[in-house]
Each structure stands twice: as C-alpha cells, then as structure tokens.
Ligand binder design. Structure first.
Ligand code: ADP
Ligand code: MG
Length: 255
C-alpha cells in the first residue's frame, strides 16, 4: 500500500507547495505512481501542474461536501505517473459548510481509502494554517514532512505544529509519524542559512533529510510554465535536489 505524506507547516511561503509539486514529479520520474492532493484553497499545486483551477466541475471541495466521488475529481497523468486531486478557492468555504458534520476529520481519509492502492505515494499539500483541512490531511497521512525555510524565524511555530501532529496521533490517527524536516531555500552564501540548520539540529529531536533544497530561481519560475522542475529545467540545482530528496523518501523503508 502506498505511503501517504502530508506536507505541512502553518507558515506560508516556506516551500510546501514547491515541495509537493517537485517531490511528486521526482518520484514519478523514478517510476513511482503518485497521487498529489491539493488541500489549499489557493490551488497553487493544482495550477503548478498546468490545470486551469478556475474551470473545474469537481474538486476536493465538492468531494468533501459529498457532492461527487473521488473518481470524478481525479485528473490523471498531468505528467507521466502523476494524478492530481485539484483544489481552488471554493475550498475556503468548506470549513464553515462542514460545521456540525459528524466525523468531519475523516472525510478525506475515507475518500482516499478508495484509491490509495493504485499509487506508490500520495503527497498532500496543506494550507498555511492548522485548520480542519490540515487535520484532514494529517488524519489521512502516514507521515508529515515539514519544510523549514532557512530564515531567522524558522523555528517559530514549530512547537504548535508538532503539538498538532501529537494531538492527531492521540485522537484520530495512531500511526501518524513525522517523516522528516526538510530545509528549503538554503543559501550557501549566507551564514544565516547555516545557523538555521545548526539551530534546528540542536533544538529539534526529529529526523532531518540530508538533502537540502537550495534557493534556486528556476524553482520559482517553473509554476508559471505549469511544469515541475524536473521537466522545466532538469539540470538545475533545484531539480537535482528534488531528485535527491525523492531517493531519500523512497529509501526510508522504516516508515
Ligand atoms: P508555501 O506553499 O509553503 O506557501 P511555496 O512553495 O508556495 O510555499 O513557496 C513560496 C514562494 O517561494 C513561491 O513563490 C516559490 O516559487 C518560492 N520558492 C519556494 N522554494 C524555493 C526555492 N528553493 N528557491 C527559490 N524560490 C523558492
Ligand atoms: Mg502553498
């Protein structure tokens, strides 16, 4: 059965979506079948795979409200081996519309259970908050991958995130683990990046990926072409780093 990885950090702009798109594409380039689930109303993972997010009949929003099946929503082979469960701004209303609905923390999990056997990996991009959508993602997942931007405030908010993972494990999903911490936007020219990495290693007793994602302009450009970095510029430092990350994720058999 495929491993389900939620990419979460309630801070915006730390590289969640960039990692969801490019880790998925790198796993797919290595022959793995990947389902990417966009749970952010911003829909940037959806548009990053060249899907016109404002022109969709069935998205994760209709799915969570019980208006369609997961099969109705899936957009298959957006690039070879990658299927997307898309999102758009409508999803912002889901939290309100689901008030009072029984077991709403399990809605996504119950749907993904229908299809997870068809994939080697399911990668879930989370919104930048610890809301009901993030809880749904963590309830569905086996592991949580936490991107940390190499900047001064990197550690801020991490204790709440880890607390949330612990609560979800205790109450909703006993097998949930932290997959690992991923450093993003690393700039080898600054001492700050090095200090952040050292500081996190000292203060957080978590698994840390050996692969560090460098700050690379090609990673920021790729979404405007609707392409993952592995297709936009496969020789770039960004592409090489996400391929290396995919190797580490595949090798992590203990999870
Ligand atoms: P999040 O999903 O956590 O909000 P994003 O992945 O959308 O973060 O990244 C925020 C911004 O930083 C985007 O404009 C993205 O293109 C850019 N970005 C992300 N990772 C990198 C990187 N390694 N190098 C350069 N720019 C990056
Ligand atoms: Mg995002």
């Amino acid at each position: 059965m495929g491993r389900i990885i939620a990419i979460a950090n309630q801070k915006g702009g730390v590289g969640k979506t960039t990692t969801a798109i490019n880790l998925s594409a790198a796993l797919a380039a290595k022959g793995k079948k990947v389902l990417v689930i966009d749970t952010d109303p911003q829909g940037n993972t959806t548009s990053g795979f060249n899907i016109d997010k404002n022109n969709l009949d069935n998205t994760i929003y209709e799915l969570m409200l019980g208006e369609c099946t997961i099969q109705d929503c899936l957009i298959k082979e957006v690039v070879p081996n990658v299927t997307v469960l898309p999102s758009n701004v409508n999803l912002a209303a889901a939290e309100i519309e689901l008030i009072g609905v029984d077991k709403k923390e399990f809605i996504l999990k119950n749907e993904v259970d229908w299809v997870r056997d068809q994939y080697d990996f399911v990668v879930i991009d989370c919104p930048p908050s610890l809301n009901m959508l993030t809880v749904n993602a963590m309830t569905t997942a086996n592991t949580v991958l936490v991107p940390i931007q190499c900047e001064y405030y990197a550690l801020e908010g991490l204790s709440q995130l880890i607390h949330t993972v612990n609560l979800v494990r205790e109450r909703l999903n006993p097998q949930l683990q932290i997959e690992g911490i991923l450093f993003t936007m690393y700039d080898s020219r600054t001492n700050l990046s090095t200090q952040v990495v050292d500081n996190v290693k000292k203060n957080l007793n978590q698994k840390i990926y050996k692969t560090v994602i460098p700050r690379n302009i090609r990673l920021a450009e790729a979404p405007s072409y609707g392409l993952p970095i592995t297709m936009y510029d496969p020789k770039s430092a960004g592409a090489e780093s996400y391929m290396a990350l995919a190797n580490e994720v595949i090798k992590r058999k203990d999870l």
